[in-house]
Write a protein that binds this ligand. Structure first.
Ligand code: ATP
Ligand code: LTN
Length: 331
């Protein structure tokens, strides 16, 4: 895959937990629209998933599931590359080099996701969880990536990637391409349905927090009906005073592709109950349609698509790694 004049995109999702509409609306659905403008590489980041405990059988299934979700969401394997991170060994090799040469404890100590995920057990979590942003930097830099489309929780990691690349270039001369994060304006942070002050997360304590892409559509509709709303009765976007309704308006707007302003007008003088009932229907029909596409893809097909993806882009990763090895003096 020669770099043509199109800019290159790289992004990934971990094969762990249930993928939810936050992941879809904040990240994957944005990728779909970028496929014509950019040369796209979408990764199933399995080595990131093992930074926390995984059951081997479930992990194996989840890797296939994420690739199917990419395709069911509209990622076209004819246009974009889909591949499994661990099949290209350059990712871990390059991460080790970055660890030794440019990444510092003081960089990683600033990462808020590590603080959130390790909680009160920082001394006992695996080193991989702490070092995970360096592996992410390796993913991105290996492919001379221009743009990294992610939800806003990943912005800090993309900034770190730029810092590491800059440091490397300063020491060894121009070698690595500095990427830019792209965060969508609406939907970069879909909030939990049971607590609209925190982001929707697959690791949330209650499954009322999120709508998984594989949720039963009727069950998902019920979750919308039970979503926390705010005091008052006006259907208006106001993040401070109305975080619950604002979050539901965001989800509604992205799923039906209508501006929030337009929805506010439509629901002027209407009650929360009617608004939620209609959104529940929107979510239900989205899931029915999504799951129809998902179920039409076989495991075999996905395995072939990912194997082709690896074959196509491995030379790019190997080339970057060789250039890096040469610069640092091991080749
Ligand atoms: P989680 O917190 O649910 O475990 P994560 O961010 O740790 O999710 P991934 O599943 O790998 O891990 O995230 C995939 C993509 O989805 C990333 O680009 C991330 O920024 C985005 N994303 C995750 N949660 C949300 C959310 N609530 N709203 C918008 N985007 C999100
Ligand atoms: N850390 C990200 C997943 C991820 C990623 C990447 C995203 C790993 N490597 C490279 C973009 C580019 C997450 O947990 N969401």
């Amino acid at each position: 895959m020669e770099k043509n004049n199109k800019k290159r995109i790289f992004s990934g999702v971990q094969p762990s937990g249930d993928l939810h509409i936050g992941n879809y609306l904040g990240a994957i659905s944005q990728w779909v629209n970028m496929q014509n403008k950019y040369e796209c590489i979408f990764c199933v980041v399995d080595y990131h998933a093992i930074t926390v405990k995984q059951d081997p059988e479930i992990l194996r299934k989840k890797i296939i599931e994420i690739a199917k979700i990419y395709i069911a969401s509209g990622i076209d394997p004819q246009k974009s590359v889909i591949f499994q991170q661990s099949t290209i060994t350059a990712h871990t090799e390059f991460a080790w080099i970055l660890n030794c040469i440019v990444a510092r404890m003081s960089d990683l100590n600033k990462m808020t996701q590590f603080k959130d995920k390790s909680g009160n057990h920082q001394e006992n979590v695996g080193i991989g969880l702490y070092d995970y942003p360096v592996l992410m930097a390796s993913d991105i830099l290996l492919y001379n990536t221009d743009v990294v489309p992610v939800g806003d929780d990943q912005l800090q990691h993309v900034e770190l990637t730029r810092t590491l690349a800059r440091r490397f270039n300063e020491r060894f001369g121009d070698t690595l391409q500095l990427p830019k994060a792209e965060i969508r304006k609406t939907g970069a942070r879909i909030m939990g349905l049971d607590d609209p002050t925190k982001k929707m997360s697959k690791s949330a304590a209650s499954d009322l927090n999120y709508i998984a892409l594989t949720d039963n559509p009727d069950k998902a509709a019920k979750k919308i009906m039970r979503a926390v709303t705010d005091t008052g009765s006006e259907i208006k976007y106001d993040l401070e005073k109305k975080p619950g309704i604002s979050n539901l308006l965001t989800i509604y707007s992205l799923l039906v592709k209508k501006e929030i302003k337009e929805l506010e007008k439509e629901y002027q003088n209407k009650m929360y109950g009617e608004f939620k009932k209609n959104l529940a229907e929107v979510v239900k029909s989205f899931l029915i349609d999504f799951q129809k596409k998902y179920n039409a893809i076989s495991d075999k097909e996905v395995e072939q698509i990912m194997a082709q993806g690896t074959k196509k882009i491995k030379p790019i990763a190997d080339n970057t790694l060789d250039r890096v090895k040469m610069k640092i003096g091991v080749l």
